[in-house]
Design a protein around this ligand. Sequence first.
Ligand SMILES: Cc1cc2nc3c(=O)[nH]c(=O)nc-3n(C[C@H](O)[C@H](O)[C@H](O)COP(=O)(O)OP(=O)(O)OC[C@H]3O[C@@H](n4cnc5c(N)ncnc54)[C@H](O)[C@@H]3O)c2cc1C
Length: 387
Amino acid sequence: MSEPLTCDVVVVGAGMTGAACALYAARAGLAVTVVDRGPVAGGTTGAGEGNLLVSDKAPGPELELALLSNRLWAQVAQELGRPVEYEAKGGLVVAENPETLDGLRRFADTQRAAGVTADPVPADRLHDLEPRLAPGLAGGVRYPQDAQVMPALAAAHLLRASGARLLTGREVTRVLRTADGAVRGVRTDRGDLHAPAVVNAAGTWGGELAARAGVSLPVLPRRGFVLVTEPLPPRVRHKVYAADYVADVASDSAALQTSPVVEGTAAGPVLIGASRERVGFDRSLSLPAVRALAAGATRLFPFLSGVRALRAYAGFRPYLPDHLPAIGPDPRAPGLFHACGHEGAGIGLATGTGLLIAQALTGGTPELDLTPFRPDRFPRTTKEAEQ
Ligand SMILES: Cc1cc2nc3c(=O)[nH]c(=O)nc-3n(C[C@H](O)[C@H](O)[C@H](O)COP(=O)(O)OP(=O)(O)OC[C@H]3O[C@@H](n4cnc5c(N)ncnc54)[C@H](O)[C@@H]3O)c2cc1C
């Protein structure tokens, strides 16, 4: 039998988060191996949109991470150039009536105090920014810091730029630990990989991977559909969404929610997202969900009623009960680091997460306080309590 491979850190997951962790860990001088049971971006990264948003986040740790990440995305995009389809297009959030506009403006005031640029847009200026918007909207707020990438391409190009060793088609079946509990690598279905550090970037399956290391992390799936139109000439300039979207993102409800989010892409199709519902890993197409998406989008942009939808796809956002990701070292398993549970913001938050993980891996002072993201912040399971 061949010798197990050795390196400084094994990253489990070749999605957007794993790719960003690999990039920043390699730049910090570590020898990185990335392992995935499928292909690159075969998980949620290949099944969602690529909005890099600060606009939908309330002041707090997630917004701080988004601000850091958006700064890093701008740098990474400059280094990698066109292939990641980065567009600093800005976001436009619109309100359909005066009450919603009032709430949106108050929300923007709190964000401004936290470092977000948020410019009020009166009703009679909305069409200067988005000529094809529906008439009769009450007004909006423009967020110049919002941007966009193409997630699958971004993950692939970040991985390539990292220079990490990439092993696809290999499932991590166990995180190996020494007698005193320290991590010493992973067991895969095709041999062991030895390393003193393992990063759990397994997305929606981060809870399963944590269990394979002997710790608990309650990551669960929140399903979302995206409708993809036929390719069009550029008609939607910003990432445009209705103010209700922010409430849907933060909601704890299991029921279907579909506030419209509309964005053009460099390749031409318009993406219409995104539904949210908790139905486990059920992949079957939900007509009520995609119908509601189409109806909401045509309310914002009436021209879309004459445009064909070519396909719809589904993905599973990885969420934790308090809607914050798990980022950082796991005190229950020295050498295990988590970078998962980013819910509907994992593309946007990937760069900041990658940098924070690299800083934690190398013993540096993380750019942000990791306390709110601690992986052991949830109640212990009965099994853990007995140990
Ligand atoms: C409809 C929809 C729209 C979205 N829109 C946006 C958006 O606009 N902006 C945004 O920022 N986010 C968005 N998201 C969320 C975003 O897609 C996710 O947060 C992000 O992709 C998570 O990336 P990840 O790398 O953590 O996980 P994934 O991409 O799921 O990667 C995890 C990888 O781990 C691998 N893996 C798991 N277990 C193992 C194992 N045991 N061994 C080996 N490999 C393993 C999987 O194969 C997978 O490739 C959206 C999501 C959906 C569903």
